[in-house]
Design a protein around this ligand. Structure first.
Ligand SMILES: Nc1nc2c(ncn2[C@@H]2O[C@H](COP(=O)(O)OP(=O)(O)OP(=O)(O)O)[C@@H](O)[C@H]2O)c(=O)[nH]1
Ligand SMILES: [Mg+2]
Length: 331
């Protein structure tokens, strides 16, 4: 029987070739498993993927030894950015991640379903962003590791249950608990000062379960309370509506750009963009392509879809790049 795999499967499979760490491979196998159509013809393939996945997981457990309390929160970074998802019990953090990534974190109709943090990959256009699911934060309790993980993450998403009468105090509690540990949440369009305490983290608030907030009254109240301190986005993790728009907000919050590299005489590689910090220059791009390139760089050619002035024109190393620029480096 034919398995009829979709093109995304082969795209994901290609990444196995360049995956370096066990963690990256685990994520790719998880992605493959999520993509494989679930029917009789693919049972054998599903079994093979599951076996491979459990071998990798066993290998990485052996390598890191027994799980130490707290340290399990520090998760190897993978993809174009790492975003930690935090919130009160039962707000829908895991279902939210499941909806955005197609992966399978445990979702339960009861509080404290998630016991350990775990990474999942979210595909946005041609890049992948890492989302970390975490155990809940309550008034009485937040694991120390959670704040440590927030310090090293690129951004934070707070998921609250907007249908709950506690929505505002839940959000306030997460903000305060993190602040006690020197992590301050700021609006997604703010500049992050240097990486010294207190750690400022760009953040989005997801007002989840908006399907249960009739007329959006709770959302309006919450927005009023928090004014423009945060961007509060309504979402319903039990559906897929608005998922693309939300992914784009996450991408924008990361403050990165995608730049395509092009070899002379060849087409640009649009499938594997380099992701650089916003404001990066041709020189930064050269460094990202190869550690020695920036020293030997003579000039570059730049293509910019939105600007007819840059259609293969020569630029120097200080040229600031924009999202989706194509760069040809000349050494
Ligand atoms: N109606 C509705 N139900 C949702 C939504 N999101 C999550 N749920 C349900 O809410 C319950 C909790 O979802 P989880 O994803 O396990 O919540 P969590 O925040 O990860 O919970 P903990 O791991 O215990 O902190 C489940 O029964 C979900 O099906 C939503 O947008 N709308
Ligand atoms: Mg959970």
């Amino acid at each position: 029987m034919a398995t009829n795999l979709p093109p995304q499967y082969f795209e994901a499979e290609k990444k196995l070739k360049t995956a370096k760490t066990n963690q990256e491979k685990i994520e790719i196998y998880e992605e493959l498993l999520a993509i494989v159509p679930k029917h009789k013809a693919s049972e054998k393939l599903q079994a093979q993927l599951k076996t491979k996945l459990s071998q990798l997981k066993t290998a990485s457990e052996k390598k890191s030894g027994p799980a130490r309390h707290g340290s399990s929160y520090i998760i190897d970074r993978s993809g174009a950015g790492q975003v930690i998802v935090i919130g009160p019990p039962n707000s829908g953090k895991s279902l939210f991640i499941k909806t955005l990534t197609g992966a399978n974190p445990e979702v339960g109709d009861y509080p404290f379903t998630t016991k350990n943090p775990a990474p999942f990959m979210m595909k946005f256009e041609n890049i992948r962003i890492q989302l970390i699911d975490t155990p809940p934060v309550t008034v009485d309790f937040m694991e120390t590791g959670l704040a440590e993980a927030a310090k090293i993450a690129d951004a934070v998403m707070v998921v609250i249950d907007i249908a709950s009468p506690e929505a505002a105090s839940d959000l306030e509690n997460v903000i305060l608990k993190l602040k006690e540990k020197k992590v301050e949440l700021i609006a997604p369009d703010k500049d992050v000062p240097e990486a010294v305490p207190p750690y400022h983290k760009r953040s989005l608030v997801v007002a989840n379960k908006s399907d249960l907030d009739a007329g959006g009254t709770n959302l309006a109240d919450l927005r009023m309370l928090f004014k423009d301190q945060f961007e509060i986005l309504p979402f319903a993790a039990n559906g897929v509506e608005a998922a693309e728009a939300l992914k784009q907000r996450v991408y924008l919050m990361l403050n990165i750009i995608r730049v395509y590299s092009k070899a002379p005489g060849k087409k640009a590689d649009k499938e594997e963009p380099f992701t650089l910090r916003k404001g990066s220059t041709v020189q930064d791009m050269a460094r990202a392509v190869h550690k020695d390139f920036h020293q030997n760089l003579k000039y570059a050619r730049l293509w910019r879809a939105s600007n007819s002035a840059y259609q293969g024109s020569m630029v120097n190393r200080d040229q600031v790049l924009e999202d989706e620029d194509t760069v040809e480096l000349h050494l």
